[in-house]
Design a protein around this ligand. Structure first.
Ligand SMILES: Nc1nc2c(c(=O)[nH]1)N[C@H]1C(S)=C(S)[C@@H](COP(=O)(O)OP(=O)(O)OC[C@H]3O[C@@H](n4cnc5c(=O)[nH]c(N)nc54)[C@H](O)[C@@H]3O)O[C@H]1N2
Ligand SMILES: Nc1nc2c(c(=O)[nH]1)N[C@H]1C(S)=C(S)[C@@H](COP(=O)(O)OP(=O)(O)OC[C@H]3O[C@@H](n4cnc5c(=O)[nH]c(N)nc54)[C@H](O)[C@@H]3O)O[C@H]1N2
Ligand code: SF4
Ligand SMILES: [Mo]
Length: 709
């Protein structure tokens, strides 16, 4: 049949990172032939990055799973959904029956936060297992933020967001929004907002061991020795008290404790630890305090390090003590159309209700630190993990000492994965259940509106129809719950089971409509459908505290955090010859899983170990050489690139590389050069919250087949 191609335009949304950009897609005869940013989106205002365009590649990728697969030895066989779901339920139920509830571990990966269906149905799935061995990307990411918000404000996600559109002083520690587009700060068009900040006469100051893309466009950048930011932040608090610059609000307890705690953390001590001159620390503090609206913000660089919790606490205090909490141009709380925090949809959190079996690490919000997963699998005894279910996660690539976890997964009795690829982790599964992908499902963002720099709401119906014989993630989750429970014998009363079945069978979209009605913001599903680009609800609101707080008063001095200052005081300085390893993100990488896209991986390679020329020279190494990098737990060989963008004594590798493991079915990715940084990171290096300390890992770099450091 011949004829003119049918060309349509449809609005979509990118779910790859926290920026949640609005998209305009061109479909030609039903296939995606173009993607651009939607200029009418009130939050993203037309912004898009190269990954947004690559959304079409996921959909078209021949390596993406479209039917469930079952592994028999080393070969994969496509099977039907019924068989796959039964296999999964059989395997999970068998493990639970044999070893008890805790014999099953669950890992929820990053994309769960970006899928409406996972958010509405994933919690119910995980809860239904009642296992203590619940893990997620939280403990390799933002756990310190959640713990601090819980301890200080009374809710794990009651987090103030930088009011970047009105601030005049933006202090950024350990974040690279020019590449990442923001995190715990949904800020889709960061470059444009930064330009506006500059035009207002404002200033961005960046603290980072690497002169990053963000540092290069900042008014000021300071190198900092990895893992030492807590010293800088505490010295800033010290200066505030010392120079009488504090003006805290009245609804705060514990400030006397804070004042005493920071006395000994002088700028001079901070200079020794961080490498930033004491006078500079004093100047930055005075300028921050004097600014007409200042916002301090610390992200992955200061969350995933040994003092992540102290850092996030000190960031909160810096804002609070200078009167910038809940202030226009400071940091504010969002007012989303569905307030998942205020309505209790997301629980306030709890801490240390139980501990991990082997190492005795505390849970937070029902999750254990994923750094203990390997030992829980390998250590025999009551409660040993014998089966694993991963939901959109790739912990072999993304958690510390992934190499050891990789080996441990091979020894499980059973593993199932809800995932769209056979990758470093899922290659160990007995069965993989692939859900529909982002373009095929409805979306409303329950998480990232909550964390955005502007209040907006947007509902996006699926761009493409659900293919025949496909299942949405929430439908897969429902089936796993129901089928596993059936095998375990129905213990709950009939009425309860009926309620559960109805709840699990209610679609995410229907739930969003109900939540909107309950939310009282005035925004309805009907209105959202009539305005598919999104509805603007205005700038962040100031002056909402203490009324909106989860509890009456802020606790400025949680015991757990204050006690951790002792460990900071005693933290060792790097040994001679030792370098400190940090991570990095590139605008065209997406954690561990978008490397099968030609569009994102062509061009100049970017997997290198970055190192200062002096550090290369002192080891007799040449720019471009393949070097050996070793840590306490492992070693890798990788090409090195000399750059004075690195601080001396610090080296950097990107995470999410190194796909060359046997059995991975990602044709393009496995050919990509690079190694996994997490073959070097150490599951023993942790923050007090249990969060992984990826940054500041001591390593030695040497010529190949040489032992000198
Ligand atoms: N050294 C070091 N390690 C790090 C970091 C670092 O900075 N340095 N960053 C950490 C951070 S912040 C994070 S969030 C974690 C992320 O690490 P993970 O939580 O493991 O998540 P991803 O690496 O994004 O892997 C996503 C997985 O989901 C699958 N997937 C993609 N889309 C879908 C979908 O729609 N449905 C389903 N079911 N599956 C899907 C992919 O195939 C892949 O297996 O990594 C952490 N690891
Ligand atoms: N393009 C792209 N965007 C992403 C992602 C991606 O993989 N690719 N991942 C998404 C996810 S899951 C997340 S959580 C966010 C993360 O968002 P960001 O936190 O903005 O991301 P990073 O680029 O990891 O920034 C961490 C920075 O900390 C620095 N750093 C390392 N150690 C230290 C230290 O000890 N002190 C200080 N001060 N700095 C340090 C690093 O050099 C780096 O520049 O990005 C999201 N967006
Ligand atoms: S910044 Fe890029 S990856 Fe992130 S939501 Fe926007 S288009 Fe997607
Ligand atoms: Mo993350």
């Amino acid at each position: 049949m011949t004829g003119m191609p049918v060309v349509e335009k449809k609005l979509g949304v990118c779910n790859l990172c926290e920026a949640i950009c609005g998209l305009e897609l061109t479909l030609t005869d039903g296939a995606v032939t173009g993607i651009r940013g939607n200029p009418d989106d009130p939050l993203s205002r037309g912004h898009i990055c190269p990954k947004g365009t690559a959304l079409a590649d996921i959909h078209a990728d021949p390596d993406r799973l479209r039917r469930p697969v079952r592994r028999v030895g080393d070969t994969w066989h496509e099977i039907g959904w019924d068989e796959a779901l039964d296999l999964t339920a059989d395997g999970l139920a068998r493990a639970i029956t044999a070893g008890g509830r805790d014999a099953l571990a669950v890992y929820l990966g990053n994309p769960n936060a970006h899928s409406l269906g996972s958010l509405t149905h994933g919690t119910a799935l995980v809860k239904s297992f009642r296992t203590r061995n619940k893990f997620s990307a939280t403990s390799v990411d933002q756990l310190p933020h959640q713990l601090v918000a819980y301890l200080m404000y009374g809710h794990q996600l009651f987090l103030p967001i930088p009011d970047i559109d009105r601030t005049s002083y933006f202090l950024v520690l350990g974040a690279n929004p020019m590449a990442s587009n923001g995190s715990l700060m949904t800020v889709p068009d960061f470059p444009a907002r930064l330009r506006e900040l500059d035009e207002r006469g404002g200033r961005m100051v960046v603290i980072d061991p690497r002169r990053t893309e963000t540092a290069k466009v900042a008014g000021e950048h300071h190198f900092v020795r990895p893992g030492t930011d807590a010293h800088l932040l505490l010295a800033m608090l010290h200066v505030l008290y010392d120079e009488g610059l504090t003006r805290p609000p009245s609804y705060v307890d514990g400030l006397d404790v804070v004042e005493r705690a920071v006395v000994s953390f002088t700028p001079e001590l901070a200079e020794q630890a961080t490498g930033i001159p004491a006078d500079e620390i004093r100047r930055i503090t005075r300028e921050f305090a004097a600014a007409d609206g200042a916002a301090a913000y610390g992200r992955v660089g200061v969350s995933t390090h040994a003092f992540g919790t102290v850092c996030q606490w000190a960031v909160q205090l810096l804002n609070l003590l200078t009167g910038n909490l809940d202030r226009a141009g400071g940091v504010c709380f969002t007012s989303p159309a569905i307030d998942a925090v205020g309505t209790g949809l997301i629980g306030k959190g709890h801490h240390d209700l139980w501990r991990s079996r082997v190492r005795g690490l505390a849970e937070f919000g029902g999750e254990l630190p994923v750094s203990v997963l390997r030992e829980e699998i390998e250590t025999p005894g009551d409660g040993q993990v014998r089966a694993l279910l991963t939901l959109a996660g790739n912990p072999v690539s993304s958690t510390p000492d992934g190499g050891a976890l990789d080996r441990a997964l091979g020894g499980l009795d059973f593993m199932a994965a809800v995932d769209i690829y056979v990758n470093e982790t899922t290659r160990h599964a007995d069965v993989i259940l692939p859900p529909t992908t982002a373009l095929e499902r409805d979306h409303y963002d329950l998480v990232f509106h909550l964390l955005a720099v502007r209040n907006t709401a947007r509902f996006t119906p699926a761009v493409l129809p659900k293919p025949d014989g496909a299942m949405h993630d929430w439908e897969i989750y429902r089936e796993i719950v129901l089928r596993t429970q059936k095998r375990l014998g129905a213990r709950a009363p009939l009425k309860k089971r009926i309620v559960q079945r109805v709840r699990l069978s209610t679609s995410p979209t229907r739930l969003v409509a109900l939540l909107l009605r309950r939310g009282g913001s005035g925004v309805t599903m009907k209105e959202l459908r009539a305005h598919p680009a999104g509805i603007d609800l205005g700038p962040l609101r100031a002056g909402q505290l203490p009324e909106r707080m989860p509890r009456d008063r802020v606790d400025a001095a949680p015991e757990l955090v204050v006690a951790d200052l002792e460990r900071l005081r005693e933290a060792p300085v790097p040994a001679a010859g030792e370098l400190l390893l940090i991570g990095r993100r590139h605008q065209r990488d997406c954690n561990s899983w978008m490397h099968n896209s030609v569009r994102l991986t062509k061009g100049k390679p970017r997997h290198h170990l970055l190192m200062h020329p002096d550090d290369l020279a002192s080891r007799g190494l040449a720019d471009g050489a393949t070097v050996s990098v070793s840590s306490r737990v492992g070693d890798v060989q990788v090409e090195v690139r000399a750059t004075d963008d690195m601080m001396r004594g610090v080296v950097s590798l990107p995470h999410g590389y190194g796909h060359r493991r046997e059995g991975v079915r990602l044709e393009r990715a496995v050919d990509l050069p690079g190694v996994s940084i997490n073959d070097l990171t150490d599951a023993a290096l942790l923050d007090v919250s249990g969060n992984a300390a990826f940054n500041g890992v001591p390593v030695r770099v040497s010529a190949l087949s040489s032992t000198s450091g």
